[in-house]
Design a protein around this ligand. Structure first.
Ligand code: CUA
Length: 314
């Protein structure tokens, strides 16, 4: 059979909403384009040279028509504004119970890391009905993580973390595209999203050869890179303890108060001079060029994992 779908499947909780806004805008455009084309042709014919149309033009203005042609488009535009704001709000506001998965884009593949330890390339396994939040970064140029069936797309930018979330509603396999031209093999930077039943997903998570969680690997790297020499509990150098720091506010020496999120931790490692914690000397060396993106993500996962333990002062 001839199979040429104009639209991808709707396979996430927000897909229907995104389509709703899209079709509303499309409907308005089609309606007014048709109306204007019709009127252009109608008047061109009616007032063509030599026609006997009335050209005396006696009406100077008509308040009812003026109110309508201002009021109706205003209402249509406001509905579009509120509907798209509502959808955008839900697209960026991820649920608190989202599971977090890390994505690293590079020329020309997607590396995906589950916190439980499993890694995959150009394929992302998720469970149906469970919200997932992706924390993403790039090792080289800008890429864009695009899952048409979920109606989500987000730039993946070197030097910072971007995130997006979705909640799949149907088991199946869906397309994954890079949606930002990123070099010769951009068109080959594709993959698939595999949505599984939760039990199947759990079994899949356990089936890999990777036995260590991201946080455990991060803890090992934390020692290996020497972070624990200053930030550890028994360290001789005076540096802030990192237990419980994730997700909390941190006062900096320049008076700013920042939230300790992924970005803060990343910048603290790569650009330590840019945000010195109040009460400490700017003695931390930069790790720029000494640590790769994958290891950074693991160290961040480790610091997050000790984020819920009791905050210890020193
Ligand atoms: Cu990566 Cu285009």
């Amino acid at each position: 059979m001839w199979d040429f779908p104009l639209f991808p499947e709707q396979a996430s909780t927000l897909a229907g909403w995104v389509d709703g806004v899209f079709f509303y805008g499309l409907g308005i455009s089609v309606f007014f384009t048709t109306l204007i084309c019709f009127l252009v042709i109608f008047f061109a014919v009616k007032y063509r040279r030599g026609s006997r149309a009335d050209r005396s033009n006696p009406v100077t203005h008509n308040t009812t028509i003026e109110v309508l042609w201002i009021g109706i488009p205003l209402m249509l535009a406001l509905v579009l504004f509120f509907a798209s704001t509502f959808v955008y709000y839900h697209l960026i506001q991820y649920p608190a119970d989202s599971s977090e998965i890390y994505v690293l884009g590079k020329q020309w593949m997607w590396e995906i890391q589950h916190p439980e330890g499993r890694r995959e390339i150009n394929t992302l396994h998720v469970a149906v009905g469970r919200p997932v939040r992706l924390t993403m970064t790039s090792q080289d140029v800008i890429h864009s993580f695009y899952i048409p069936a979920f109606r989500v797309k987000q730039d993946v930018v070197p030097g910072r973390y971007t995130s997006m979330w979705f909640q799949p509603t149907k088991p199946g396999t869906y397309h994954l595209f890079c949606a930002e031209y990123c070099g010769t093999l951009h068109s080959g930077m594709i993959g698939k999203i595999v949505v599984m039943e939760p039990a199947e997903y759990e079994a899949w998570l356990q089936s890999g050869t990777e036995r260590e969680s991201m946080a455990a690997e991060g803890e090992r790297l934390f020692r290996q890179y020497g972070c624990s020499g200053c930030h550890g509990r028994n360290a001789s150098v005076r540096a802030p303890l990192l237990d419980g720091v994730y997700g909390h506010s941190v006062a900096l020496s320049d008076g700013r108060v920042v939230k300790a999120d992924e970005r803060y931790i990343r910048d603290s490692i790569l650009l330590p001079g840019s945000q010195v914690v109040a009460g400490y000397d700017p003695v931390m060396p930069t790790f720029e060029g000494h640590i790769n993106e994958g290891d950074l993500l693991k160290i961040i996962a480790y610091i997050k994992s000790i984020g819920n333990t009791e905050r210890a002062g020193r």
